[in-house]
Design a protein around this ligand. Structure first.
Ligand SMILES: *Cc1c(COP(=O)(O)O)cnc(C)c1O
Length: 408
């Protein structure tokens, strides 16, 4: 709520000022040289920011707010989650040519690593295979928890122990810092696609990496400065604007998701529900220990073998938007095998349960009854049109919605 706002009283403002300057006056050349040297070394400017690719005050404010949320020394903001990933991997490449990546990962992250385009050698492994995969030249271990899209949980402390001194980076996008703070469990870096719940309103692309390690902080800033993967100040403003409501949004969406997970699991058209704490998602019992809540994203498998079932489900929806992304105020649903994980190798998809029957639901902060009615509509379309009444509602919707949603 209050992070990154410390200087507002002195500035005489209440909302974050948006500083759109691309260049900054440097009347004192000697002072500008000192400031440039500091920024090129990966530190904060000592005076004028000189040029907005080197530093921007609006971006720096949201970085300081997110660092406070993470309990981190500092945060570096990038143009997108993938720009943040790329910067971290470029720093890793300078420290050793090999990285270990625990699957499953976000589709584009998996593709970036598997493509070899950054010149890194990558060993993909399971959460229990990290120790065996690490080598003398391993510079980074990558994990994502809860993992996308299967909601598999990874024990950060256990991976840190296995990595045995090799820095671990956690993509904690699904959890948000409200539910998970990886640095407290020994991770060196925590990454978020801030496009998702941190910004929260579906109107900004952003990525952030937070750390307590000074050498990583300086190197990440250097990569950003030289590759130009900066966050635009307008995007930084929108991201900062999302933060005061983050905890409220996470709590409400998570409460909705828990109710919907129970309802979906009880529906005959659903074969399985993947949600932290359910089924086999949490082999190391990290829920309640590292992860302070299951979050607002879940995945479910349709019972129908029919290839066309996911498309029929999506076409029948009225309220929920069929779209990729997650952590939005409104509910989104997508078919990972067709969209987010399309770029992932077919065999890898199969091995990690990203089947053609899987749908991923990012639950929003609407009324849970409204979301459930729409899901019922989709499920009825999968079961068959006979089950939908003339008004387009499945028969079960004639009962009071709240009766369906009593917490179980
Ligand atoms: C969306 C996402 C990313 C990539 O972030 P962009 O902002 O889209 O570049 C990385 N990791 C996870 C878990 C994501 O959901």
């Amino acid at each position: 709520m209050h992070g990154g706002r410390e200087e507002f009283a002195a500035l005489g403002v209440h909302a974050p000022p948006i500083d759109l300057s691309s260049t900054y006056p440097v009347p004192d050349l000697a002072a500008a040289i000192v400031s440039i040297d500091a920024m090129v070394a990966g530190a904060e400017p000592t005076g004028s920011p000189v040029y907005s690719r080197l530093h921007n005050p609006t971006v720096a404010r949201v970085e300081s707010a997110i660092a406070a949320l993470e309990g981190a020394h500092a945060t570096v903001a990038f143009a997108s989650g993938m720009a943040a990933y790329t910067a971290a991997l470029l720093v890793a490449r300078g420290r050793g040519g090999h990285v270990v990546a625990v699957r499953p990962l976000y589709g584009s992250a998996d593709h970036l690593l598997a493509s070899g385009m950054l010149g890194l050698e990558v060993t993909f492994t399971s959460p229990d295979g990290v120790a065996e995969a690490c080598r003398a030249d391993t510079s980074l271990v990558l994990i994502e928890t809860p993992a996308n899209p299967t909601l598999q949980l990874v024990d950060i402390g256990d991976v840190v122990r296995q990595a045995n001194g090799v820095p671990v980076m956690v993509d904690a996008t699904f959890a948000t810092p409200i539910l998970l703070r990886p640095l407290e469990h020994g991770a060196t870096l925590v990454l978020h696609s801030a496009t998702k719940a941190l910004a929260g309103h579906g109107d900004v692309l952003a990525g952030v990496v937070s750390t307590n390690a000074p050498e990583w902080l300086a190197a990440l800033r250097q990569v950003r400065l030289l590759t130009g993967s900066v966050l635009h100040p307008m995007a930084a403003f929108l991201l900062h604007r999302g933060l005061p409501t983050l905890a409220l949004r996470v709590e409400r969406a998570q409460a909705n998701a828990g109710r919907l997970a129970t309802r979906l699991a009880g529906h005959s058209a659903v074969a399985a529900v993947h949600y932290p704490g359910r089924g086999a998602t949490d082999p190391h019992h990290v829920l309640g220990r590292e992860l302070h809540g299951p979050g607002s994203t879940l995945a479910f498998e349709l019972a129908s073998d029919d290839e066309g079932a996911p498309a029929r489900f999506l076409a029948a929806l009225d309220l929920i938007t069929p779209a990729v992304s997650l952590g939005c105020t409104d509910t989104l649903i997508q078919h990972p095998a067709s969209l987010t994980h399309r770029v992932v190798d077919d065999a890898v998809r199969q091995a990690h349960g990203i089947t053609p029957r899987l749908l991923r639901l990012s639950v929003g902060i609407e009324h849970a009854d409204d979301i459930w009615r729409d899901l019922e509509r989709g499920l009825a379309a999968v079961v068959g049109s006979d089950d939908i009444d003339a008004a387009g509602f499945p028969p079960v919707s004639t009962a009071t919605p709240s009766a369906h949603l009593a917490p179980a």
